[in-house]
Design a protein around this ligand. Structure first.
Ligand SMILES: C[S@@+](CC[C@H](N)C(=O)[O-])C[C@H]1O[C@@H](n2cnc3c(N)ncnc32)[C@H](O)[C@@H]1O
Length: 288
């Protein structure tokens, strides 16, 4: 999950005082870059602006919070099963004060131009009052939680059916020989190390277990702050499934390389073949 981060001044971090969602957002997400990319891809495909955004597996809803900040007309909704990151996100990313926070979120909660649903991403949202999404996204590979072909196909079919006219469904993915290795990658950030631990990969099934750990300068750790039980999907498999689900066109966008040639530069461009590097990041953009 190699994403960029920003630096901020803060008290000395340790396992005792760190907030795992703050660290996750800093280490893993690049919401400004991502929302700018998504808006551009829609504009290029459709020649107009996307307004309503749907973030599947939204967790803290960071992307949605950046989306609605684009203009007073932008709206967003998120879907996630876990109330903990959803509540955290309402408080920290949408600045809801504790008095406004409901005791239970129920299966839908609206905060201004953001509505969050505590529901499976495959739930039928046709009865929801929100508009249909111009852009529906599944970021940070979260949809790899669907391990069987029929589950992934069902998800893609439901996603396609939910879109507004001209809507786009966008998923990210990574690959390359390093993606299949049982290895850890450590990155030094402001006050902590982010450790991406590709713990298990079974080539026979594609089963892929990964963890995120955070390490602090005082020697303390948050081990397995986040854990994932996924299948490592290949680009061609996913693209075939998107076409099987009825999408009319699927475009590939690959990340460019930085000056050293060893890392990504955060800039994604449309391409066909991709570079055969040790690890790469890409988006698949599916047009209804
Ligand atoms: C890796 S986090 C994603 C956080 C954030 N969206 C991001 O881009 O980094 C995965 C999230 O998916 C949620 N999740 C897993 N299965 C789900 C499902 N079937 N429907 C909705 N949410 C699900 C989990 O609760 C978790 O918050």
């Amino acid at each position: 999950m190699p994403r960029s981060s920003h630096r901020s001044k803060r008290p000395r971090l340790s396992a005792a005082n760190a907030d795992k969602y703050v660290l996750y957002q800093e280490a893993v997400q690049s919401a400004d870059l991502d929302t700018a990319f998504l808006a551009r891809v829609y504009r290029q495909a459709r020649g107009r602006e996307a307004w309503h955004f749907r973030e599947d597996f939204c967790g803290t809803g960071l992307l949605s919070s950046h989306w609605i900040a684009r203009s007073p007309r932008h709206t967003a909704e998120g879907f996630d099963l876990d109330p903990e990151p959803v509540r955290w996100g309402l408080e920290h990313n949408f600045r809801l004060d504790p008095g406004q926070m409901p005791k239970r979120i129920g299966n839908r909660f609206t905060a201004g131009r953001y509505t969050v649903h505590l529901q499976d991403v495959r739930a039928d949202s046709s009865k929801a009052r929100s508009p249909k999404p111009d852009l529906r996204v599944a970021q940070n590979f979260s949809y790899w939680v669907f391990k069987r072909r029929n589950e992934m196909l069902e998800y893609f079919q439901v996603a396609r059916a939910s879109l507004a006219a001209g809507g786009l469904f966008v998923i990210d993915l990574y690959g390359g020989p390093e993606a299949q290795e049982e290895r850890t990658e450590r990155r030094r950030l402001s006050g902590f190390n982010y450790v991406w631990d590709q713990h298990r990969y079974w080539p026979g099934t594609g089963d892929y277990q990964a963890h995120i750990h955070f390490e602090f300068r005082d020697g303390t750790k948050l081990s397995r702050a986040f854990s994932y039980d996924w299948r490592l999907w290949h680009l061609g498999e996913l693209e075939d499934l998107l076409y099987d689900a009825g999408f009319a066109r699927v475009d590939r966008y690959f990340e460019g390389s930085d000056a050293s040639g060893r890392g990504g530069n955060g800039i994604f461009r449309a391409g066909t073949r991709g570079d055969n590097c040790a690890s790469w990041l890409a988006y698949l953009v599916a047009l209804r």
